[in-house]
Design a protein around this ligand. Structure first.
Ligand code: NI
Length: 186
C-alpha cells in the first residue's frame, strides 16, 4: 500500500475523461483501490477518484454516509470501491449543498446536484452494485463520478459568490450546514 500524490485543480490529469477498466477484479486494480483508500483516509477525505491520484481509470472510492437508512455505516464505516460507475438521475429535482474537494484544497462551494440517483458499478471482488440513493449519498457519488469525466465541482456551481475559503466557511457559514462530499478534506 502507498499514499499517492493528489493532483490539484489546474493539473491536466483532472481535466480529461478516464478510461473504462477492462478487468475490475485484476490484482492490479485491487492494488490501485487499496492505495486510493489509504490516500483518502490519510487526507481525511470522504471520497476519491482515480484521476485525482494520476490514474486515468474509471475507479472511485467513498464511504457511504450515515444519513441513508439503508447504509448504516458511518464516516469511518466500510468503504465502497466502485469500478466503471454509471449514474442515472431519477427525476429533475436538484438540491444545493456545500462541497469540498481534495483537489481544490482550502475552498468550499455550493453545488446543485440531483436529489435522487441510481448508480451502478462493480467492486474489485466482482460484486455488482445497483443502488438508488438520495441526498448526501447521491451528492458524494455525483461528485466522484464527475471527476472521472474531468469535471470539478466549481464547474457545476451556479453562483461563484458561494465559492469561499474553508476558514471563512467555518467562521461565518458552517453551523452544521456542510454537506460536502469531501468534507474536512484538504
Ligand atoms: Ni473531489
Amino acid at each position: 500500500m502507498a499514499i499517492l500524490k493528489i493532483a490539484r485543480m489546474g493539473h491536466p490529469v483532472l481535466m480529461r475523461p478516464a478510461e473504462p477498466v477492462a478487468d475490475p477484479t485484476s490484482p492490479e486494480i485491487k492494488r490501485v483501490v487499496a492505495d486510493m483508500i489509504e490516500t483518502m483516509d490519510d487526507a481525511d477525505g470522504r471520497g476519491l477518484a482515480a484521476t485525482q491520484v494520476h490514474i486515468n481509470k474509471r475507479i472511485v472510492v467513498f464511504r457511504p454516509p450515515p444519513d441513508d437508512p439503508k447504509q448504516p455505516e458511518g464516516p469511518n464505516g466500510p468503504v465502497l470501491a466502485l469500478i466503471n460507475p454509471e449514474i442515472t438521475a431519477l427525476g429533475e429535482e436538484m438540491d444545493e449543498g456545500w462541497e469540498g474537494c481534495l483537489s481544490v484544497p482550502g475552498l468550499r462551494g455550493v453545488v446543485p446536484r440531483y436529489t435522487k440517483i441510481r448508480y451502478r458499478g462493480v467492486t474489485p471482488s466482482g460484486e455488482k452494485i445497483d443502488r438508488t440513493v438520495s441526498g448526501y449519498h447521491a451528492r458524494v457519488v455525483q461528485h466522484e463520478v464527475d471527476h472521472l469525466d474531468g469535471v470539478l465541482y466549481p464547474q457545476r456551481m451556479k453562483d461563484l459568490g458561494l465559492l469561499v475559503f474553508e476558514s471563512e466557511f467555518e467562521r461565518f457559514l458552517g453551523q452544521g450546514t456542510e454537506t460536502g462530499d469531501e468534507a474536512h478534506a484538504e
